[in-house]
Design a protein around this ligand. Structure first.
Ligand code: UDP
Ligand code: MG
Length: 319
């Protein structure tokens, strides 16, 4: 049997200065692992000469290819496209800016040969990031672990190796607002982390503005939780309960001390009570919208890890 093939997916957006240094470091690593490798660049609507540089390198090394988007679709979609175009038995996803050390791929492949279907790089420190970004990330992971439907491994990002089985499952998840980290965890399979230290970005600046990060975090929460929709039931219940308590308070006070402003208590109480009822009904609508949302995501009901005897085709199980 031929040696298993390794694909490397690299989403790129205006990374012209990084492509050559990246290839210089990446290709020797790949050659050490196997000769059956390919690199799939996904050009996410770059406006500089990123694609031209890749084409240039591709002419000399046919194992380097590229998919080019018509415009910027975002890194998450770029990864999805990479998975569609990679043909390897194992697929590695990494950034182009050399923040993900290519040498790590050897460790990934080793763990893969040990039988892990998913090997993720686990960053040991985030000291390269600004304090605001770190705090934001921390708050996000807290929120996610509290309300999300699956736990995310700590410090795991997009830098990872995924077995063909996992890739096929990921390809069937046709979500538009993609939150890859959540999807990697959602598909399950035997997974392990390999610690690594994030390096400095080689050239250019990060393309994640705060706005983009916030959008991304919201996509993550919204795709893996319906709590924001349903929480209104509880808040409404609480407000109505407070209204009843307030009514009792005013009643007792009026009976004991009389009233100084007639009409005021009943006004306040009825406003509170009906706001509560409104929030509750909003929450109930949220419950239904949440169910519709779960249905339209069309995720498969389950993921089969292995078949014993009979067909080994995994994709046929996902209907
Ligand atoms: N990227 C992309 N599309 C985008 C933004 C980024 O394909 O809209 C790529 C980028 O070229 C890089 C990777 O995603 O290879 C990570 O981007 P970046 O370094 O800006 O993110 P950070 O490391 O700050 O998380
Ligand atoms: Mg980066």
């Amino acid at each position: 049997m031929a040696s298993p093939k390794l694909s490397v997916i690299i989403p790129v957006h205006n990374e012209s200065a990084n492509i050559a240094p990246l290839c210089e470091r990446l290709l020797p690593v790949l050659d050490r692992i196997t000769s059956a490798w390919e690199v799939v660049f996904v050009d996410d609507g770059s406006r500089d000469d990123t694609l031209a540089i890749i084409k240039d390198i591709g002419r000399k090394e046919p194992r380097i290819g590229a998919v080019s988007f018509s415009r910027n679709f975002g890194k998450e979609i770029a990864i999805a496209a990479g998975l569609d175009h990679a043909s390897g038995d194992a697929v590695v996803i990494m950034d182009a800016d050399l923040q993900h050390p290519p040498e790590m791929i050897e460790a990934f492949v080793e763990r893969w040969r040990d039988g892990y279907l998913m090997v993720y790089g686990q960053r040991t420190d985030r000291s390269d990031e600004t304090r605001a970004k770190r705090g934001f990330a921390q708050a996000f992971y807290k929120l996610f672990s509290r309300f999300g439907e699956i736990p995310l491994p700590e410090g795991a990002g997009d830098f990872r190796l995924i077995d063909r089985k996992g890739v096929e499952v990921l390809r069937t998840l046709g979500e538009r607002a993609r939150f890859s980290k959540g999807l990697y965890a959602w598909i399950g399979f035997k997974a392990t982390g390999v610690p690594f230290v994030v390096e400095e970005r080689r050239f250019g600046t990060t393309q994640w503005s705060f706005r983009k990060l916030f959008r991304f975090a919201f996509d993550g929460i919204a795709a893996f939780s319906t709590v924001p929709l349903r929480i209104w039931t509880y808040i409404g219940f609480l407000v109505s309960f407070l209204a009843i308590a307030t009514a009792l308070f005013f009643m007792v006070r009026t009976l004991l001390f009389g009233t100084d402003l007639p009409g005021f208590p009943s006004l306040i109480v009825s406003i509170m009570f009906f706001s509560g009822i409104q929030l509750m009904s909003l929450g109930i609508v949220g419950e239904y919208v949440g169910r519709i949302f779960a249905e339209v995501k069309r995720r498969p009901l389950y993921v089969v890890a292995e078949r014993i005897g009979g067909a080994a085709e995994i994709s046929s199980d996902l209907v």
